[in-house]
Design a protein around this ligand. Structure first.
Ligand SMILES: [Fe+2]
Length: 448
């Protein structure tokens, strides 16, 4: 049976290519000098993974400079897994056998392709694979695909999550890439932890109702289990913080991605991002494993949600803040850990087929939202925010999204004016081939 993640927008590319001097419509702002990178799963020809997340990693890159789109290139992340090396060996998991297909970030001058079940893989500026990266031998566990770089200190906060004790370890790396701190977090469980958040003073972990289940054989051994308590863990940042973690019960659910978290004026922790209930999780999971009868549409049921955690009362209030199906939340990362006004996301059709693909902007101050649909047969990827030079406001900048276009069998990068999603795109970069719909990416400016 053909899997949905091998068809349509998700049809894998079969080779690695490079193209130069891409056609640009509109005016590409000269201040956009750097590389837009997008990672995702791209199974090799002839390989049908049992779960979308197990497909080999492929990074697509677009190099912008001086108002020109200089090149596009796509490269598999050349890990042992690409050549068929098993993840599980007789000695346990092989942390260097990664698919490294979830995210790509830059930190301390290194490009790191990430996947939460393995070590990062370092790539060159031209996307060639260097090899597994373990912070000079100091990282002996897996690394989340969603590390957070503090916009003020430049430090990289991240975690290791495992289905087995100690379950959760918190790490901090310096601006130079030195691993400064690794602390086991008490009270954690085998709950799936894909993302987390930091505030100026705290680290926020999310444990949902989806947890390790060795009896789940459809692809990856995780499943929704009603007995698994859903909780948010809040601990002070910095050395010794893990011992002071406090866990707060929340309603059953699962959250893949945190948009942001911050402390409000009353000292409460506010956490936001898309979340699913049981039906929503099953909708996504059935697509991820290509369950019989699920259909090929990657529709979803995740809704923007807010949790407000009050350490004085020990209580959490939570609610859905919108009725649009969204995923891939992004913000102006200069506000990471601080109160943000604007959040962006990709919107999807729901599980009844209602709604369309597009990019949405939330204004948290007014409660309003602006949706830009991308058109029939087109699917946008995570919209990466890039501030304008000398920006005077939070949304004075650009949203960069790679759109898969089935009609043209090609892709375009839309450069949208983040202050007005309804405006004509600032620029459209035409890519020579379709970028397989995928997961996360980053803008890596040249000064980095
Ligand atoms: Fe993710």
């Amino acid at each position: 049976m053909s899997k949905p993640y091998l068809t349509g927008h998700y049809t894998p590319q079969v080779d690695e290519t490079t193209a130069y001097d891409l056609r640009v419509e509109g005016a590409l702002p000269p201040e956009l000098s750097g590389r837009l990178l997008r990672n995702g799963h791209n199974p090799k020809p002839g390989v049908t993974p049992t779960h979308w997340f197990k497909g080999s990693g492929m990074v697509h890159g677009i190099r912008l400079r001086a108002g020109r789109a200089e090149w596009y290139r796509n490269r598999w992340v050349h890990t042992p897994a690409l050549d068929g090396a098993p993840y599980l060996t007789e000695h346990g998991p092989d942390l260097t056998a990664s698919t490294a297909g979830t995210h790509i970030i830059e930190h301390a001058g290194r490009l790191l392709a990430l996947c939460e079940s393995n070590l990062p893989f370092e790539l060159t500026a031209d996307l060639e694979t260097v090899g597994a990266y373990d912070f000079d031998g100091k990282l002996t566990e897996v690394m989340t695909a969603h590390p957070k770089q503090d916009p003020v200190t430049g430090e990289l906060h991240f975690f290791s999550s495992s289905p087995f004790p100690p379950f959760l370890t918190y790490h901090v790396a310096s601006t130079k890439g030195e691993l400064l701190l690794s602390e086991q977090v008490p009270g954690a469980t085998a709950s799936l932890k894909h993302d987390f958040a930091i505030t100026q003073g705290h680290v926020v972990f999310i444990e949902g109702t989806v947890t390790f289940d060795p009896t789940e054989t459809s692809g990856i051994p995780y499943a929704w289990k009603d007995g698994q308590p859903a909780r948010i863990g809040v601990m002070p940042r910095g050395r010794g913080g893990a011992a002071a973690i406090r866990w707060y019960d929340i309603e059953p659910g699962s959250m893949l991605h945190a948009a942001n978290a911050y402390e409000d004026v009353e000292g409460r922790i506010v956490l936001e991002g898309p979340a699913v209930d049981r039906r929503g999780f099953q909708t996504s999971w059935n697509w991820w494993v290509g369950a019989p009868g699920r259909g090929s549409e990657p529709n979803s049921r995740s809704f923007e949600r807010q949790w407000v955690i009050d350490p004085r009362t020990g209580t959490v209030s939570e609610r859905n803040t919108d009725d649009l199906v969204v995923e891939f939340p992004t913000i102006n990362e200069d506000l990471l850990g601080r109160e943000h006004r604007y959040q962006y996301a990709v919107c999807f059709p729901d599980d009844r087929g209602m709604g369309n693909y597009g990019v949405v902007k939330y204004d948290r101050r007014t409660g309003g939202r602006q949706v830009r649909l991308v058109g029939d047969g087109r699917l946008p990827s995570e919209a990466v925010y890039v501030p304008a030079q000398g920006a005077g406001s939070e949304d004075e900048g650009y949203l960069l999204t790679v759109v898969s276009d089935l009609h043209a069998d090609a892709s375009q990068v839309l450069v949208l004016d983040a202050s007005d999603l309804g405006a004509v795109p600032v620029a459209t970069i035409h890519l020579p081939r379709r970028v397989t719909a995928g997961i996360h990416g980053s803008w890596v400016p040249d000064q980095d």
